[in-house]
Ligand binder design. Structure first.
Ligand code: TRP
Length: 439
């Protein structure tokens, strides 16, 4: 396969915590496995700019970056085969973030789940809507869009909570391509369907926010102790135990072969004591983790080597990012003045606006559509009883943009799957041109 035809897979890991068994089973292990697929090019990075949105403790950011980098490499990610880097080592990413910011409707960002959740929480608490909400949280999806679009990723493996962000990245790519020509690849989210979430010490999903995690690379003695703390029922040794709903059993299953799992199920039925079951679980996990733990410790003890590996990765990444951002800057008009520009070219740029067309159909109803300068229908309304209704809908689209697109969604048929982003971009562009003319 030529390099252009290869599938690019990209994912980021926010550097705010210490990797735990849930991260390993749900993300690290399957991703490392997938990274060995010779038909794909993998881009894996430490999302440390994203970490700043959630965390203002410098030492924690630094420590987490080190632990996550060491964990991924110790778990088998091969930095020679993939591009493994730190987001903050790529200055082209914040630069692209700005270019995307200028083609992203604010209304699109208003709808982001994380921002909306913060706003809703404030609302319920009777606080100002935006209390304690940073512009960083609001801009989170744009930075993530830049991460993805910068490397023309086709596939982005993420958790379910991130699907909306990938859709937004597609919207940004569509808008930019629509305005400035085909520069970006439209990415797709990939959801690991087979991975069931690992339960934590208390039986709920293993997660830092529940404080119920077992660190992946804790020393063996500590791991044994933590496993001893997994909740069980109070059945005595000798009493048969249920595998259903047993956190211990589910964790075992994530590490064991089918035969091993069957054997533990039998032991449950025969009344294995919880202490013994925990010993079985510890030994099984340790069998997989112990060899990696050694390399993990070696890396943690040699941070200069981690720095070096990450910088090599950043250099590989920048060999793509640097020429690409140059192309994008040129596309938007951040160009050498000596490359020439005529007054005529300015005029030509300016006339390219979409427009609303209102008309009546044979069915007697009144319709409107938004038509691009090239004559393509971008938005098609359904029929209205009166011309005034159609006019009002157009008015709201012009004054409210994204909000009206949401509120009036039942009245339109977007012409393409990515059509709404393009419509939004056109509405913004039409409004911008009115403002420019006023100045
Ligand atoms: N937001 C992602 C998460 O919390 C991390 C991330 C940042 C990411 N940039 C990305 C994931 C780009 C995929 C692609 O999980």
């Amino acid at each position: 396969m030529t390099s252009a035809a290869r599938t690019r897979v990209l994912t980021g890991i926010t550097t705010t915590g210490t990797p735990h068994l849930g991260n390993y089973v749900g993300a690290i292990r399957p991703t490392v496995q997938a990274s060995r697929d010779a038909s794909t090019d993998g881009f894996y990075f430490l999302a440390d700019y994203h970490a700043l949105i959630k965390c203002d403790e410098p030492a924690r950011i630094q420590r987490s970056t080190m632990e996550i980098a060491a964990s991924w490499i110790a778990s088998g990610l091969n930095p020679d085969k993939v591009t493994f880097y730190r987001q903050s080592d790529i200055p082209e990413i914040p630069e692209l973030t700005w270019l995307l910011t200028c083609v992203t409707g604010k209304g699109l960002l208003n709808r982001a789940h994380a921002y909306k959740a913060a706003v809703d929480k404030n609302h319920e608490a009777g606080k100002d809507t935006d209390a304690d909400v940073t512009a960083g949280l609001f801009m989170y999806p744009v930075l993530m869009g830049a991460d993805i679009l910068m490397f023309k990723a086709h596939k982005v493996p993420v958790g379910r909570d991130q699907i909306q962000h990938i859709e937004m990245a597609r919207d940004m790519a569509s808008s930019f391509n629509h305005l400035y020509g085909e520069h970006f690849v439209l990415p797709e989210a990939v959801i690991e369907a087979s991975v069931s979430l690992l339960p934590g010490l208390d039986g709920r999903k293993m997660s830092k926010s529940y404080d119920n995690t077992i660190p992946l690379f804790a020393p063996a003695a500590q791991m044994r102790q933590q496993i001893a703390g997994i909740v069980t029922d109070s059945k005595a040794p000798g009493e048969p135990k249920a595998t259903e709903g047993s956190a211990l059993f589910q964790i075992y299953q994530a590490f064991a072969s089918t035969e091993e799992t069957t054997a533990l199920a039998q032991a449950y039925a025969q009344g294995i004591g919880w202490g013994d079951a925990k010993q079985v679980l510890f030994e099984r996990i340790d069998r997989e983790v112990a060899p990696m733990r050694e390399q993990y410790q070696a890396l943690i003890n040699n941070p200069a080597e981690l720095d070096r590996l990450l910088l090599v990765g950043a250099e590989k990444a920048r060999s793509l990012a640097t020429p690409f951002i140059r192309e994008l800057r040129h596309a938007v008009g951040l160009r050498a003045l000596s490359s020439g520009v005529t007054a005529q070219a300015v005029k030509e740029d300016k006339v390219a606006l979409s427009s609303f067309k209102q008309y009546r159909e044979k069915d007697g109803l009144f319709y409107f559509k938004l038509v691009s300068p090239q004559g393509q229908t971008l938005l098609q309304s359904l029929g209205f009883e009166a011309p005034k209704e159609a006019g009002q809908a157009i008015g709201r689209l012009q004054s409210e943009g994204a909000a009206a697109l949401d509120a009036l969604a039942h009245l339109f048929q977007p012409s393409t799957p990515d059509g709404l982003a393009v419509v939004l971009t056109e509405l913004i562009k039409m409004a911008k041109s009115v403002n420019l003319d006023k100045k």
